[in-house]
Design a protein around this ligand. Structure first.
Ligand code: FES
Length: 571
């Protein structure tokens, strides 16, 4: 009895969500590597048929040796089995379109490629037929154009399915925005070149000799029957497995009908689902808007809910949920709706519900918050109130717009992005799409440009204002939460967090010190620029245990950044 409990626990651990996800990822990566190499080999047909034939043995050497064979077909079996398992485990089939699309593409693949795989690899193993490019192209291009079209569709379906899988996996990595354009180029080029290669190869093979050898010359009629029988078996087996999964789902649903629980929402909605459904699935079944940016994979935490009733009877969080909640520093009554499968009635409140309040415009993309290292620059006009006194509103707007244009240009030319203008102040972000090193350099380059351009602006406005404009700039760098925030069309990518607060505080410090710029030593060190000529001070920042080391650039002094940058760029 005890032994069986131990082996059950082991099995449970072995088939934990985390392990299954890893298995899906690894098998998917193996398959994607195979497909990429296969398509690149096809692309060589654009050069010539012999070029593709020359590369083919190398490709086969990797994938037709015993190790490669096990890796490839093991991955096919694992990926397919996991897809069936996931289809079985999904309680409701109400899900976002992108998930449905991915699932449909995935299940279409075996149907599309069965004939090709049996006609090449399997038949090579059974009969020794040499499935060279010449042989396959004759089959798909000359003898059976329908097969050629199906194979082209299969190429696109497999590639899109693989790329979507990669996208879902990588999209929340902080470096993803930087590599995304390159990945997109690869994602478009590989299949396009492969399909063009297929067309070119097909035309070449069709033009070789007026009387090409019969299509299945090496294959006797008996073999052809075997081929057809194998293809039929694959279709039947595939259909049987799918039907089996749906039959098991129906059986489970029938059994569970006697075992319903209620998920009660704080807005009064009640959804009755069987035990075993996750709260997220209950929300989808009940049509209740529920944020789930990672698609229910337990990674983003956006589906989190507060449990107000039934907390004690809930199953404890699995390791994935525990990790995410711990990162969040969540209270004990907060759970992830996608991971929590209540065994009794519960009352819950989704903590993030964008759609209900129409925070997003239709079609507006969701940009989830992510922690990033950024540099933040605040710039404010000093003594603006005095400047605005006794001026016409038109004049003030004109003045402010000239100043904002000057700051915006300096920031954008340095590589940063304007975050917002508030009153006479401006906030800029650096590092949303680049490294910390670059972010700090860009922020200092922007500050130096602001100081330089302010002199020019003052010259231009000399006849308009009584005293020259003066600014106070604060710069700090560190982690911040970056994401799309706002309401409907007033929504933009911005940053929040301690780093932003400190940068704002440094801008105030610049005013207190009667300085132009106060920049944290962190930024100076990270940027690699030499600001040793300026005073270094320790200042207290509210909420920080330690004083902050800052460099103070006094009024009238220029930031010696441009020359240093020029020298570094030239080196
Ligand atoms: S949907 Fe992302 S953690 Fe639940």
């Amino acid at each position: 009895m005890a032994a069986s409990r131990v082996s059950q626990a082991r099995l449970k651990r072995l088939f934990s969500d985390r392990n299954l996800r890893t298995a899906r990822l690894v098998s998917g990566m193996v398959l994607m590597t195979f497909v990429t190499m296969h398509l690149l080999n096809h692309a060589l047909l654009l050069i010539s048929l012999p070029a593709a034939e020359t590369m083919r043995p190398w490709f086969l050497m990797i994938w037709r040796n015993p190790l490669g064979t096990v890796a490839l077909y093991g991955s096919v079996a694992t990926h397919f089995a996991l897809a069936l398992l996931s289809l079985y485990r999904k309680r409701g089939l109400v899900m976002p379109m992108r998930e449905i699309f991915q699932i449909v593409l995935g299940f279409a693949i075996p149907l599309l490629i069965a004939e090709h795989v049996i006609g090449t690899r399997v038949f090579h193993a059974l009969t020794g037929v040499e499935d060279s490019y010449r042989y396959v192209l004759r089959t798909l291009w000359v003898a059976s154009p329908v097969g050629g079209v199906r194979q082209s569709v299969a190429t696109v379906v497999i590639w899109v399915h693989g790329c979507l899988g990669l996208y879902f996996w990588l999209r929340f990595r902080h470096w993803y925005p930087q590599v995304a354009p390159w990945l997109l180029i690869v994602a478009v080029l590989v299949p396009v070149l492969a399909l063009l290669g297929f067309v070119e190869g097909g035309r070449t093979v069709a033009s070789i000799g007026a009387t090409p050898p019969p299509i299945d010359a090496p294959v006797i009629a008996h073999d052809r029957q075997i081929k057809e029988m194998l293809i039929r078996s694959v279709y039947l087996g595939f259909g049987g497995l799918l039907a089996g999964v749906f039959a098991l789902r129906a059986l489970r649903a029938y059994r569970e009908r006697r075992n319903l629980i209620e998920v009660r929402y704080s807005d009064g909605h009640v959804v009755r689902v069987a035990k075993g459904y996750s709260v997220l699935e209950a929300s989808r079944i009940g049509g209740i808007p529920h944020y789930a940016v990672c698609g229910g994979k337990g990674r983003c935490s956006t589906c989190r809910i507060k449990v107000s009733e039934g907390l004690d009877a809930l199953p404890s969080p699995n390791s994935l949920e525990r990790t995410t909640l711990k990162r969040l520093g969540a209270d004990p009554d907060v759970r992830l709706a996608c991971q929590l499968r209540p065994t009794g009635n519960v009352s819950v409140t989704p903590l993030l519900v964008p759609d209900r309040d129409r925070l997003l415009l239709p079609g507006q993309p969701v940009i989830p918050g992510r922690e990033r290292e950024v540099a933040v620059l605040f710039c404010d006009i000093r003594n603006f109130t005095g400047l605005a006194d006794h001026r016409l509103p038109f004049d003030i707007v004109f003045l402010l717009n000239r100043y904002f244009a000057m700051v915006g240009k300096a920031v954008e030319q340095a590589g940063g992005r304007m975050d917002k203008f508030i009153g006479d102040g401006a906030m800029a972000l650096f590092g949303v799409d680049t490294t910390n090193f670059e972010a700090c350099r860009q922020a200092l380059v922007a500050a130096s440009a602001i100081i330089r351009d302010l002199d020019q602006l003052n010259e231009e406005l000399a006849g308009e204002i009584n005293a020259p404009l003066r600014v106070a700039v604060g710069i700090h760098a560190g982690p911040a939460i970056v994401g799309a925030m706002g309401y409907r069309d007033v929504m933009s990518v911005t940053a929040v967090g301690d780093t932003v607060n400190v940068a704002s505080r440094l801008e105030l410090a610049a005013k207190e010190f009667n300085a132009t710029v106060v920049v944290s030593e962190t930024v100076v060190q990270l940027s690699g620029f030499d600001l040793s000529g300026f005073d270094i001070r320790d200042i207290d920042i509210r909420g920080r245990a330690q004083p902050l080391n800052v460099r103070v650039v006094p009024q009238g002094a220029a930031l010696p950044i441009a020359a240093q940058k020029k020298a570094a760029d030239a080196a």
